[in-house]
Design a protein around this ligand. Structure first.
Ligand code: GTP
Ligand code: SPV
Ligand code: MN
Length: 639
């Protein structure tokens, strides 16, 4: 519903708050859409503060309706921010400024009173790789240098959103202020957004996380690409855990701008979780039913672009197995009164990597994403569809491809048609295998936790931790090849503990202590490490991956059930001979290479972990984790 003229003056004029609201009425003179009346006083105050700072032309309070989406799509079409994809139902393609294509980890900061609250402080950590701290004064300067007047001439959107089902005791509310209609439409897919959230705020405790976002205006005032305004040179993503506040400037992309995701659900979320005694993790959640009809739930932490979405939606090749999806990126996990670890997916959609997604690798995703979805930086086709690396088989004869930069593309160019970090943004409810319990407010019980990454050599397909402490060590020692999800170049092996390196909201040493303490809070799940990405000496993957990963899940399932199908090794428990079910597997698998533990590799690995802990974590490293490293080192020496 569009409000205009005199109607605007009626915004929130409840008699009891007449004075406050008169003032508000003045500031809200330009509310051009939505119902300011249902904003709580605290939300109004926050919006006012942002209006004063950013000086937008008008304010739009998002109601979350389809009518609103139509309106915003119209605005974006006119500006060229999105183009329609008539081959599908209600799908759109956005092409970003090529300088704004991924998260910016180096420009992401957390501000606390002391540096140690945010990051381990050691003599040797130059530079620190476990997050960036900023002093309060510097944060204020950063805001002052960027935000005053940054929304001049633009509409300020106010997005009320809930991470988790609205009203669930595990959910958290946020208010995102943004000047990007693309962000509004994406947040409406990725979170529960709109009026129901405002109504809930009125009835609940009224608490919300403040999330201010602007795509910014370059100092010169000239936008390189008016359809995708941004300010890459001055992009910054700031967090203040003590105030439950996020401030992000300069980028419209993914985790930089959809502030409910990495900023709220992981960085701020992990600090709330620490305080309240639970875990906020970069993990998928899946349900798996075995041929006997027994179902368990598994959570898995892999770094960005390392296979969470694919595992969460996998189609098992092992007969009799069924996988259902609860979430593909984030898990909030808490012990219930009976001591069972329960997880919810705080998100409402999937912001998934497009390249590599195909009928062969992830048919479930392909059945999910071609309605009501926004694609970003994929290639487009002359018949009104999308295209990316992996979709070669779907391409029709005579159809031309335009790459993510808007140029006519051909295979021979040698360049990728879609950006490697191009994404689909799609409602979770459309997933044909969405778990019946995916919105249960008490969450699903977790029986196993998986850690994993891209390890081209040395690391076996799967191994199991001996116990919880060993499992926490395995999480702490995680490493993986860099991907296009952030600004890193090349394929260097990076430390990425718990797949949380870019997302820790507080000191990693304290985070480890918090994980260790879980053993005292309830029944802890079994922990495993998996690696789908080991390569042969010829550079070929040794394991077919995707649906075949069900064979690994089968072994994990049987371990959860207590089957003695393992043998000890220096690094943990490996599947015992012939216990990994390879029945009717089409490819020939070189199991010896896949599970080989080269002594020199593991000696180097232990040295790298030791150096990392010493340099990056120092005296913050819990004794129990140091002890696990010492034990591994001794076992590797005896190999
Ligand atoms: P984020 O959304 O960035 O957190 O990524 P993600 O962890 O959800 O990764 P995703 O499942 O989107 O996979 C990223 C890339 O890895 C895609 O190109 C996939 O095709 C590829 N991939 C996923 N699973 C496998 C696997 O089992 N084997 C191989 N070889 N590649 C895989
Ligand atoms: C990731 O990088 O882990 C993502 C994509 O899930 S983004 O939302 O951009 O963080
Ligand atoms: Mn992710």
């Amino acid at each position: 519903m569009l409000l205009k003229g005199a109607q605007l003056l009626r915004c929130g004029l409840a008699p009891a708050h007449r004075n406050l609201n008169l003032r508000l009425t003045c500031r809200f003179l330009s509310v051009q859409y939505g119902d300011a009346q249902i904003l709580t006083p605290a939300v109004k105050q926050y919006v006012e503060k942002c209006v004063d700072l950013c000086q937008p032309e008008r304010v739009h309070i998002c109601d979350g309706t389809e009518g609103e989406s139509k309106l915003l799509q119209g605005i974006m079409l006119k500006k060229g921010t999105i183009i329609p994809l008539p081959k599908y139902q209600n799908c759109w393609l956005a092409r970003t400024n090529p300088a704004d294509v991924a998260r910016v980890e180096g420009k992401t900061f957390i501000s606390t009173d002391s540096k140690e609250q945010t990051v381990p402080v050691t003599e040797k950590a130059t530079p620190g790789m476990l997050g960036n701290w900023m002093a309060e004064g510097d944060l204020q300067v950063a805001i002052k240098e960027r935000f005053p007047g940054c929304m001049k001439g633009r509409t300020m959107y106010v997005i009320p959103f809930s991470m988790g089902p609205v009203g669930s005791p595990l959910s958290k509310i946020g208010i995102e202020i943004t000047d990007s209609p693309y962000v509004v439409e994406s947040m409406k897919i990725m979170t529960r957004a709109g009026n129901p959230v405002l109504k809930y705020l009125q009835s609940g405790d009224g608490q919300f996380v403040k999330c201010l976002h602007s795509v910014g205006t370059p100092k010169s005032g000239v936008q390189a690409m008016p359809s995708w305004p941004c300010d890459p040179e001055r992009t910054i993503v700031l967090h203040k855990p003590a105030e439950n506040e996020i401030v992000s400037y300069g980028s419209g992309y993914g985790g930089n701008s959809l502030l409910g995701k990495k900023c709220l659900a992981l960085r701020i979320g992990s600090t709330i979780a620490k305080r309240e005694g639970w875990l906020a993790e970069h993990m998928l959640i899946l349900g798996i039913t075995n041929p006997q009809g027994k179902k368990i739930y598994i959570a898995a932490a892999f770094p960005s672009a390392c296979g969470k979405t694919n595992l969460a939606m996998m189609t098992p090749t092992l007969p009799g197995y069924k996988v259902e999806c609860v979430g593909d990126d984030i898990a909030w996990m808490k012990f219930d009164k009976k001591g069972v670890l329960r997880a919810i997916n705080p998100e409402n959609g999937f912001f998934g990597v497009a390249p590599g997604t195909s009928r062969a690798t992830n048919p479930i995703a392909m059945d999910t994403i071609f309605q009501n979805s926004v694609f970003t930086n994929v290639a487009s086709t002359s018949d009104g569809g999308v295209y990316w690396e992996g979709m070669e088989k779907d391409q029709l004869k005579g159809v031309t491809v335009t790459d993510w930069l808007g140029k006519l593309w051909s295979q021979e160019s040698g360049k990728p048609a879609a950006h490697p970090n191009s994404r689909f943004c799609t409602p979770a409810s459309q997933c044909p295998i969405i778990d019946p319990a995916w919105e249960d407010s008490e969450g699903v019980p977790i029986s196993a936790i998986l850690f994993g990454g891209r390890r081209p050599s040395g690391v076996p397909l799967v191994y199991e931790a001996r116990d919880w402490k060993h499992g926490v060590f395995i999480g702490a020692a995680m490493r993986s090849e860099a991907t296009a999800a952030a600004e890193f170049k090349g394929k260097v092996i990076m430390h990425d503990p718990f797949a949380m390196r870019p997302f820790f909201g507080y000191n990693f040493g304290d985070y480890l202590g918090h994980w260790l303490s879980m053993e005292q809070r309830g029944q802890v799940p079994k922990i495993f490490h998996v690696n789908w990405f080991r390569k042969s000496s010829e550079g070929k993957f040794l394991w077919p991956g995707f649906g075949e990963n069900s064979r690994v899940l089968d072994w994990i399932f049987r371990r959860v059930e207590g089957e003695q199908c393992f043998e000890d090794s220096p690094i943990g428990r490996l599947p015992s001979k012939e216990s990994l079910n390879l029945e009717s597997l089409k490819e020939n698998i070189d199991l010896d290479q896949l599970f080989e533990l080269p002594k020199d590799f593991w000696q180097q690995e232990v040295d790298a972990i030791e150096r990392y802990f010493e340099e990056q974590v120092g005296h913050h490293l819990p004794g129990a984790v140091a002890e696990e490293l010492r034990k591994l080192k001794a076992r590797v020496a005896d190999m």
